[in-house]
Design a protein around this ligand. Structure first.
Ligand code: AOF
Ligand code: ZN
Length: 346
Protein backbone atom coordinates (compact mmCIF):
# COMPACT_ATOMS: atom_id res chain seq x y z
CA UNK A 1 0.00 0.00 0.00
CA UNK A 2 2.75 2.39 0.95
CA UNK A 3 4.33 1.73 -2.45
CA UNK A 4 1.16 2.89 -4.18
CA UNK A 5 0.98 5.99 -1.99
CA UNK A 6 4.57 6.83 -2.88
CA UNK A 7 3.85 6.41 -6.57
CA UNK A 8 0.93 8.84 -6.57
CA UNK A 9 2.71 11.32 -4.27
CA UNK A 10 5.56 11.31 -6.81
CA UNK A 11 3.00 12.19 -9.45
CA UNK A 12 1.87 15.16 -7.29
CA UNK A 13 5.53 16.32 -7.16
CA UNK A 14 5.80 16.05 -10.92
CA UNK A 15 2.66 18.13 -11.40
CA UNK A 16 3.59 20.63 -8.68
CA UNK A 17 6.93 21.41 -10.35
CA UNK A 18 5.12 22.76 -13.39
CA UNK A 19 4.15 25.77 -11.26
CA UNK A 20 7.78 26.81 -10.70
CA UNK A 21 8.25 30.47 -11.57
CA UNK A 22 4.48 31.11 -11.58
CA UNK A 23 3.37 30.51 -7.99
CA UNK A 24 5.75 33.13 -6.55
CA UNK A 25 5.49 33.08 -2.75
CA UNK A 26 2.93 30.27 -2.79
CA UNK A 27 3.93 26.61 -2.49
CA UNK A 28 4.29 24.21 -5.41
CA UNK A 29 1.31 21.89 -5.11
CA UNK A 30 0.05 19.00 -7.20
CA UNK A 31 -3.08 16.90 -6.66
CA UNK A 32 -4.08 13.51 -8.02
CA UNK A 33 -7.52 11.89 -7.56
CA UNK A 34 -7.47 8.09 -7.70
CA UNK A 35 -10.42 5.70 -7.85
CA UNK A 36 -10.04 1.93 -8.10
CA UNK A 37 -6.38 2.30 -8.93
CA UNK A 38 -6.99 4.70 -11.80
CA UNK A 39 -6.26 8.41 -11.98
CA UNK A 40 -9.60 10.10 -12.61
CA UNK A 41 -8.39 13.66 -12.24
CA UNK A 42 -5.34 15.77 -11.54
CA UNK A 43 -4.20 19.36 -11.35
CA UNK A 44 -1.64 21.74 -9.92
CA UNK A 45 -1.34 25.29 -8.65
CA UNK A 46 -0.28 27.28 -11.70
CA UNK A 47 -0.17 30.89 -10.74
CA UNK A 48 -0.06 33.07 -7.65
CA UNK A 49 -3.57 34.24 -6.75
CA UNK A 50 -5.25 31.64 -8.96
CA UNK A 51 -6.91 28.29 -8.23
CA UNK A 52 -5.19 25.83 -5.94
CA UNK A 53 -4.12 22.36 -7.05
CA UNK A 54 -7.11 20.58 -5.49
CA UNK A 55 -9.64 22.76 -7.29
CA UNK A 56 -7.93 22.24 -10.63
CA UNK A 57 -7.90 18.48 -9.98
CA UNK A 58 -11.61 18.44 -9.09
CA UNK A 59 -12.38 20.58 -12.17
CA UNK A 60 -10.64 18.01 -14.36
CA UNK A 61 -12.97 15.17 -13.28
CA UNK A 62 -15.78 14.77 -15.81
CA UNK A 63 -18.29 13.00 -13.60
CA UNK A 64 -17.88 14.54 -10.14
CA UNK A 65 -19.94 11.69 -8.60
CA UNK A 66 -16.85 9.52 -9.10
CA UNK A 67 -14.88 11.50 -6.53
CA UNK A 68 -17.02 9.91 -3.81
CA UNK A 69 -14.95 7.16 -2.15
CA UNK A 70 -11.75 8.15 -3.97
CA UNK A 71 -8.22 8.60 -2.63
CA UNK A 72 -6.92 12.14 -3.05
CA UNK A 73 -3.16 12.67 -3.12
CA UNK A 74 -1.72 16.14 -2.44
CA UNK A 75 1.89 16.99 -1.63
CA UNK A 76 0.72 19.68 0.81
CA UNK A 77 -2.04 19.68 3.39
CA UNK A 78 -5.14 21.30 1.88
CA UNK A 79 -5.70 24.88 2.98
CA UNK A 80 -8.42 25.73 5.48
CA UNK A 81 -8.40 29.53 5.27
CA UNK A 82 -9.68 32.28 3.03
CA UNK A 83 -6.69 33.76 1.22
CA UNK A 84 -6.89 34.91 -2.35
CA UNK A 85 -9.01 31.80 -2.87
CA UNK A 86 -11.52 29.96 -0.60
CA UNK A 87 -10.43 26.96 1.53
CA UNK A 88 -9.72 23.82 -0.52
CA UNK A 89 -10.61 21.54 2.37
CA UNK A 90 -14.26 22.64 2.27
CA UNK A 91 -14.39 21.77 -1.41
CA UNK A 92 -12.73 18.36 -0.86
CA UNK A 93 -15.18 17.44 1.92
CA UNK A 94 -18.11 18.28 -0.36
CA UNK A 95 -17.18 15.44 -2.72
CA UNK A 96 -16.79 12.81 0.05
CA UNK A 97 -13.44 11.16 -0.73
CA UNK A 98 -12.50 8.07 1.29
CA UNK A 99 -9.03 9.29 2.20
CA UNK A 100 -6.54 12.10 1.67
CA UNK A 101 -2.83 11.27 1.44
CA UNK A 102 -0.33 14.08 1.84
CA UNK A 103 3.40 14.59 1.99
CA UNK A 104 3.78 17.72 4.15
CA UNK A 105 1.80 19.75 6.63
CA UNK A 106 1.35 23.33 5.52
CA UNK A 107 3.75 25.46 7.65
CA UNK A 108 1.53 28.52 7.10
CA UNK A 109 0.16 29.24 10.60
CA UNK A 110 -3.25 29.96 9.11
CA UNK A 111 -3.42 26.32 8.02
CA UNK A 112 -0.85 24.18 9.91
CA UNK A 113 -2.92 21.15 10.91
CA UNK A 114 -6.34 22.79 10.51
CA UNK A 115 -6.81 21.29 7.05
CA UNK A 116 -6.03 17.82 8.37
CA UNK A 117 -8.30 18.25 11.40
CA UNK A 118 -11.20 19.42 9.23
CA UNK A 119 -10.93 16.25 7.15
CA UNK A 120 -10.70 14.00 10.18
CA UNK A 121 -13.72 15.71 11.74
CA UNK A 122 -15.69 14.56 8.70
CA UNK A 123 -14.38 10.99 9.12
CA UNK A 124 -12.12 11.22 6.09
CA UNK A 125 -8.96 9.21 6.69
CA UNK A 126 -5.73 11.22 6.50
CA UNK A 127 -2.30 9.75 5.88
CA UNK A 128 0.55 12.23 6.14
CA UNK A 129 4.32 12.17 5.77
CA UNK A 130 4.60 10.16 2.53
CA UNK A 131 7.98 11.17 1.01
CA UNK A 132 8.18 13.99 3.56
CA UNK A 133 11.81 14.91 2.91
CA UNK A 134 11.38 15.12 -0.86
CA UNK A 135 8.26 17.22 -0.33
CA UNK A 136 10.18 19.65 1.86
CA UNK A 137 12.93 19.80 -0.75
CA UNK A 138 10.43 20.57 -3.47
CA UNK A 139 9.00 23.42 -1.42
CA UNK A 140 12.33 24.63 0.00
CA UNK A 141 11.48 28.21 -0.94
CA UNK A 142 8.04 28.12 0.71
CA UNK A 143 9.30 26.41 3.89
CA UNK A 144 12.12 28.95 4.23
CA UNK A 145 9.67 31.82 3.70
CA UNK A 146 7.20 30.51 6.25
CA UNK A 147 9.71 29.42 8.89
CA UNK A 148 12.35 32.14 8.58
CA UNK A 149 10.28 35.01 7.15
CA UNK A 150 12.91 35.82 4.58
CA UNK A 151 13.58 34.99 0.91
CA UNK A 152 15.18 31.69 -0.06
CA UNK A 153 18.76 32.64 -0.98
CA UNK A 154 20.73 30.93 -3.75
CA UNK A 155 24.36 31.93 -4.29
CA UNK A 156 25.73 31.37 -7.76
CA UNK A 157 29.19 31.84 -9.15
CA UNK A 158 31.69 30.35 -11.58
CA UNK A 159 35.29 29.82 -10.57
CA UNK A 160 38.43 28.56 -12.26
CA UNK A 161 40.08 25.29 -11.37
CA UNK A 162 42.63 27.24 -9.35
CA UNK A 163 39.95 29.13 -7.39
CA UNK A 164 39.51 32.55 -9.04
CA UNK A 165 36.29 34.26 -10.12
CA UNK A 166 37.89 37.09 -12.09
CA UNK A 167 41.17 38.06 -13.70
CA UNK A 168 43.33 40.80 -12.23
CA UNK A 169 41.68 43.39 -14.51
CA UNK A 170 38.28 42.36 -13.05
CA UNK A 171 37.08 40.53 -16.14
CA UNK A 172 35.31 37.26 -15.52
CA UNK A 173 34.42 36.09 -18.99
CA UNK A 174 35.07 32.55 -20.20
CA UNK A 175 35.11 30.64 -16.94
CA UNK A 176 31.99 28.58 -17.53
CA UNK A 177 30.82 27.23 -20.86
CA UNK A 178 27.81 28.09 -22.97
CA UNK A 179 25.69 25.23 -21.61
CA UNK A 180 26.34 26.36 -18.02
CA UNK A 181 25.41 29.93 -18.90
CA UNK A 182 22.18 28.73 -20.45
CA UNK A 183 21.39 26.84 -17.25
CA UNK A 184 21.92 30.05 -15.28
CA UNK A 185 19.26 31.76 -17.41
CA UNK A 186 16.87 28.93 -16.62
CA UNK A 187 17.60 29.44 -12.92
CA UNK A 188 16.97 33.17 -13.26
CA UNK A 189 13.52 32.42 -14.66
CA UNK A 190 12.75 30.28 -11.58
CA UNK A 191 13.42 32.90 -8.91
CA UNK A 192 11.66 36.15 -8.01
CA UNK A 193 14.73 38.33 -7.48
CA UNK A 194 18.29 38.52 -8.77
CA UNK A 195 20.94 40.39 -6.87
CA UNK A 196 24.50 41.66 -7.38
CA UNK A 197 26.81 44.00 -5.49
CA UNK A 198 27.52 47.46 -6.86
CA UNK A 199 31.05 46.61 -8.04
CA UNK A 200 29.72 43.81 -10.23
CA UNK A 201 26.93 46.05 -11.55
CA UNK A 202 29.53 48.64 -12.57
CA UNK A 203 32.41 46.44 -13.77
CA UNK A 204 30.48 43.67 -15.53
CA UNK A 205 27.55 45.91 -16.51
CA UNK A 206 25.19 42.90 -16.66
CA UNK A 207 21.57 42.96 -17.83
CA UNK A 208 20.52 40.35 -15.26
CA UNK A 209 17.52 39.24 -17.29
CA UNK A 210 16.41 35.97 -18.91
CA UNK A 211 17.69 35.69 -22.47
CA UNK A 212 18.95 32.17 -23.07
CA UNK A 213 15.80 30.62 -21.65
CA UNK A 214 12.11 31.43 -21.64
CA UNK A 215 10.10 32.67 -18.67
CA UNK A 216 9.74 35.79 -16.61
CA UNK A 217 12.63 38.08 -15.74
CA UNK A 218 13.36 38.27 -12.01
CA UNK A 219 13.32 41.64 -10.22
CA UNK A 220 16.84 43.08 -10.27
CA UNK A 221 18.34 44.18 -6.98
CA UNK A 222 21.61 46.08 -6.59
CA UNK A 223 23.37 46.31 -3.23
CA UNK A 224 24.75 49.83 -3.30
CA UNK A 225 25.39 51.14 0.24
CA UNK A 226 27.19 54.34 -0.77
CA UNK A 227 24.83 54.99 -3.65
CA UNK A 228 27.56 55.00 -6.28
CA UNK A 229 26.43 56.20 -9.66
CA UNK A 230 24.81 53.64 -11.93
CA UNK A 231 24.43 56.14 -14.73
CA UNK A 232 24.58 54.48 -18.14
CA UNK A 233 24.60 51.03 -16.57
CA UNK A 234 22.27 48.49 -18.14
CA UNK A 235 20.48 47.65 -14.89
CA UNK A 236 19.06 51.17 -14.65
CA UNK A 237 18.59 51.87 -18.30
CA UNK A 238 16.21 49.46 -19.93
CA UNK A 239 12.50 48.80 -19.69
CA UNK A 240 12.76 46.51 -16.66
CA UNK A 241 12.78 48.04 -13.22
CA UNK A 242 15.40 47.63 -10.53
CA UNK A 243 15.54 47.91 -6.74
CA UNK A 244 18.60 49.68 -5.35
CA UNK A 245 19.38 48.97 -1.69
CA UNK A 246 21.31 51.87 -0.22
CA UNK A 247 22.06 53.66 3.05
CA UNK A 248 22.44 57.08 1.52
CA UNK A 249 19.44 58.23 -0.42
CA UNK A 250 15.75 57.47 -0.69
CA UNK A 251 14.19 58.56 -3.93
CA UNK A 252 11.93 56.85 -6.41
CA UNK A 253 11.79 57.19 -10.13
CA UNK A 254 9.03 55.72 -12.25
CA UNK A 255 10.82 52.48 -13.09
CA UNK A 256 13.40 52.08 -10.34
CA UNK A 257 13.02 52.09 -6.59
CA UNK A 258 15.63 53.11 -4.04
CA UNK A 259 15.33 51.63 -0.56
CA UNK A 260 17.20 53.41 2.20
CA UNK A 261 18.20 51.16 5.09
CA UNK A 262 19.31 52.79 8.31
CA UNK A 263 21.28 49.76 9.40
CA UNK A 264 22.86 48.35 6.29
CA UNK A 265 23.10 44.62 6.91
CA UNK A 266 22.24 41.74 4.61
CA UNK A 267 19.64 40.64 7.16
CA UNK A 268 17.85 43.99 6.84
CA UNK A 269 18.14 43.85 3.05
CA UNK A 270 16.47 40.43 3.08
CA UNK A 271 13.73 41.66 5.44
CA UNK A 272 12.99 44.58 3.15
CA UNK A 273 12.97 42.40 0.05
CA UNK A 274 10.67 39.90 1.73
CA UNK A 275 8.23 42.72 2.54
CA UNK A 276 8.34 43.62 -1.14
CA UNK A 277 7.29 40.10 -2.16
CA UNK A 278 10.73 38.81 -3.12
CA UNK A 279 10.35 35.25 -1.86
CA UNK A 280 13.49 33.90 -3.51
CA UNK A 281 16.74 35.47 -4.57
CA UNK A 282 19.62 34.34 -6.74
CA UNK A 283 22.83 36.20 -5.90
CA UNK A 284 25.27 36.35 -8.79
CA UNK A 285 28.25 38.05 -7.19
CA UNK A 286 30.70 39.42 -6.78
CA UNK A 287 33.01 37.71 -4.40
CA UNK A 288 32.78 40.41 -1.73
CA UNK A 289 28.98 40.34 -1.64
CA UNK A 290 28.90 36.55 -1.53
CA UNK A 291 31.51 36.38 1.22
CA UNK A 292 29.40 38.78 3.31
CA UNK A 293 26.38 36.56 2.93
CA UNK A 294 28.39 33.45 3.74
CA UNK A 295 29.78 35.12 6.86
CA UNK A 296 26.31 36.17 8.02
CA UNK A 297 25.10 32.65 7.25
CA UNK A 298 22.07 34.01 5.41
CA UNK A 299 22.03 31.63 2.47
CA UNK A 300 20.32 28.37 1.65
CA UNK A 301 22.03 26.98 -1.40
CA UNK A 302 25.20 27.58 -3.41
CA UNK A 303 25.51 26.62 -7.08
CA UNK A 304 29.14 26.73 -8.10
CA UNK A 305 30.55 26.04 -11.55
CA UNK A 306 34.18 25.06 -11.80
CA UNK A 307 35.34 25.78 -15.33
CA UNK A 308 38.12 24.13 -17.20
CA UNK A 309 40.56 27.08 -16.92
CA UNK A 310 43.27 28.47 -14.64
CA UNK A 311 43.87 32.20 -14.08
CA UNK A 312 46.90 31.86 -11.73
CA UNK A 313 46.03 35.26 -10.18
CA UNK A 314 43.07 37.59 -9.86
CA UNK A 315 40.07 37.82 -7.49
CA UNK A 316 39.73 34.82 -5.24
CA UNK A 317 36.46 32.90 -5.37
CA UNK A 318 34.12 33.08 -2.34
CA UNK A 319 35.26 31.24 0.69
CA UNK A 320 33.18 28.07 0.75
CA UNK A 321 34.30 24.50 1.14
CA UNK A 322 33.43 22.65 -2.06
CA UNK A 323 33.12 18.90 -2.03
CA UNK A 324 33.91 16.51 -4.82
CA UNK A 325 30.32 15.61 -5.60
CA UNK A 326 29.25 17.38 -8.78
CA UNK A 327 27.32 17.17 -12.03
CA UNK A 328 29.05 17.41 -15.36
CA UNK A 329 27.79 20.25 -17.56
CA UNK A 330 29.62 19.73 -20.83
CA UNK A 331 32.98 19.69 -19.07
CA UNK A 332 32.19 22.22 -16.33
CA UNK A 333 31.75 20.83 -12.84
CA UNK A 334 28.53 22.00 -11.16
CA UNK A 335 28.53 21.75 -7.36
CA UNK A 336 25.24 22.23 -5.53
CA UNK A 337 25.81 22.82 -1.84
CA UNK A 338 22.91 23.06 0.60
CA UNK A 339 23.34 25.03 3.79
CA UNK A 340 22.07 22.21 5.93
CA UNK A 341 25.06 20.00 5.34
CA UNK A 342 27.28 21.77 7.85
CA UNK A 343 28.75 23.98 5.14
CA UNK A 344 28.18 27.31 6.81
CA UNK A 345 31.37 29.23 7.55
CA UNK A 346 30.26 29.91 11.10
C1 AOF B 1 -3.49 24.27 -1.07
N1 AOF B 1 -3.33 24.01 -2.38
O1 AOF B 1 -2.42 24.50 -4.36
C2 AOF B 1 -1.82 25.82 -2.54
C3 AOF B 1 -1.97 26.04 -1.14
O2 AOF B 1 -3.92 33.29 -1.12
P1 AOF B 1 -4.25 31.87 -1.46
O3 AOF B 1 -5.72 31.58 -1.34
O4 AOF B 1 -3.71 31.42 -2.80
O5 AOF B 1 -3.56 30.93 -0.34
C4 AOF B 1 -2.18 30.79 -0.28
C5 AOF B 1 -1.82 29.87 0.86
O6 AOF B 1 -2.51 28.63 0.69
C6 AOF B 1 -0.35 29.51 0.91
O7 AOF B 1 0.34 30.38 1.80
C7 AOF B 1 -0.38 28.10 1.46
O8 AOF B 1 -0.55 28.09 2.86
C8 AOF B 1 -1.64 27.54 0.81
N2 AOF B 1 -1.31 27.04 -0.52
N3 AOF B 1 -2.79 25.22 -0.46
O9 AOF B 1 -4.32 23.62 -0.43
C9 AOF B 1 -2.52 24.74 -3.15
N4 AOF B 1 -1.03 26.62 -3.30
ZN1 ZN C 1 -6.04 25.58 -1.07
Amino acid sequence: MIKIHKKYIERTFYLAKKGLGGVRQNPLVGCVIVKENKIIGEGYHKKYGEKHAEINAIDSVKNKENIKGSSIYINLEPCSHYGKTPPCVVELIKYKPKEVIISNRDPNIKVNGNGINALKAKKIKVIEGIKRKEGEGLNKRFFTNQNKKRPYVILKWAQTEDGYIARQDGSSKWISNSMSRKLVHKWRSEEIGICVGIDTAIKDNPKLNVRRWYGEDPKRIIINPKNKSLENKKVLNDKLSTFVMTEEEDSTSSENKFFKLNTFTFKNILNKLYDEGISSLIVEGGSKTINHILKDNLWDEARVFIGNVNFKKGTRAPNLKIRNKHKDINGDKLHIILNDEGNSNK
